[in-house]
Design a protein. Structure first.
Length: 376
């Protein structure tokens, strides 16, 4: 799944078990717990958002319906202070970044129509990408992280089950819809879904930039009051093609220009990891700066798997890689200069990158030699 919350967090997380610091804040409320529905988990769980941790046995799903008591319990507990289900928003706010909670509304959904995708991004996983799934059966990827590189048996029935579940949602009342994937513009279900939505709503896409919408989709999108495109770009040039396997950078760059020309709201979303933390200034410059400096750049850290987190590189090195236009006070440098402690897993990181190289035909050590040297 592309995009800022990348898809990447709905499953049980090792990092949550390592996240022991709690800071109390009275009357913490999240609008998403009061009606928002996230339908992006490949196992069918329905959550308030894609970064909501479900390792305590969250039951609501597209197969069994909404368990209202657990949603009420989550709301009540959050009002007393941060809960472990919401640790990602807690961490972001503690570090001075706007969290999903702070920018959320209650009348909306985030949805994966299916998990069809033409990319095999190294930080993604088989459960969320058909390309990953098709290339992952000849290798035991679970040796790196069994809770990330797993195969989801329910994925085959997910799409049809989502269709049925949508019949129980009042789509006419939605104010915001975010469509992720897979790659949403690769989905054969997209046009039909768009036709069901209220045109007064805001519609957002997380896309990998490889596909510009076809004319019949554009005509339908032109009916909406507001359309936003969030383009998942983790690097430029060859490093982009390596990290997000399937990328043809020249083609993606052309599509980015087309998106910017067509839509009023276009952002370049980057997930910062060990693979690109030293190159974020290049993405920032490519995006023309962040939205507070006249540009389109937005960034968030990769939370899982732990061996790909940016903190695998010691802070003494990361301090050299800040974005010079920024101060580090509530901006992207706070991400790059994170002081979070993680277990050193350099051997696993190297093994993973070399294994990806073998299947994808890239040499990570050639496209980012600085990181590779530090991992030695």
């Amino acid at each position: 799944m592309d995009g800022m919350w990348i898809q990447r967090f709905p499953h049980t997380r090792t990092s949550l078990r390592n996240h022991s610091t709690r800071w109390k804040s009275a009357n913490v409320k999240c609008p998403r717990l009061d009606g928002f529905r996230d339908l992006t988990a490949s196992d069918g769980r329905v959550t308030p958002c894609c970064v909501f941790d479900t390792s305590n046995g969250w039951k609501s799903s597209i197969y069994t319906g909404i368990d209202e008591p657990e949603w009420k319990s989550a709301r009540d507990r959050l009002e007393e202070g941060w809960t472990q289900e919401c640790y990602i928003c807690e961490t972001n706010e503690k570090n001075g970044h706007e969290s999903m909670r702070q920018s959320s509304i209650k009348d909306g959904i985030q949805i994966s129509l299916d998990f069809t995708c033409n990319f095999m991004c190294r930080s993604c996983k088989p459960a969320l990408s058909s390309k990953w799934d098709s290339h992952s059966h000849d290798e035991d990827w679970t040796r790196f992280d069994s809770e990330h590189f797993y195969h989801e048996p329910k994925k085959k029935i997910h799409s049809e089950s989502v269709d049925r579940f949508l019949n129980f949602i009042d789509l006419s009342s939605l104010k915001e819809i975010r469509i992720v994937g897979g790659e949403p513009f690769y989905s054969k279900k997209l046009l039909t879904f768009l036709q069901r939505l209220p045109k007064t709503s805001k519609i957002c896409f997380n896309t990998n930039g490889s596909i510009f919408p076809e004319d019949k989709v554009l005509r339908e999108l032109d009916k909406f009051d507001e359309v936003q495109m969030d383009l998942s770009i983790d690097a430029v040039g060859e490093l982009a093609e390596c990290i997000r396997y399937g990328t043809d950078w020249n083609e993606v760059e052309k599509n980015i220009a087309r998106h910017i020309e067509y839509w009023n709201r276009v952002f370049i979303f980057s997930t910062v990891s060990v693979m690109n933390v030293n190159k974020m200034n290049e993405v920032y410059d490519f995006a023309g700066g962040d939205e507070y400096h006249g540009g389109r750049s937005r960034m968030n850290p990769l939370y899982d798997p732990s061996f790909l987190k940016l903190e695998q590189i010691p802070i003494v090195h990361r301090k050299k890689w800040g974005i010079k236009e920024l101060t580090g006070n509530g901006d992207f440098n706070n991400i790059i200069w994170s002081n979070q402690q993680v277990k050193n897993e350099h051997e696993k990181t190297r093994d993973f990158l070399m294994t990806c190289d073998k299947y994808q035909g890239w040499k990570f050590n050639k496209v980012n030699p600085e990181i590779w040297e530090l991992l030695q």
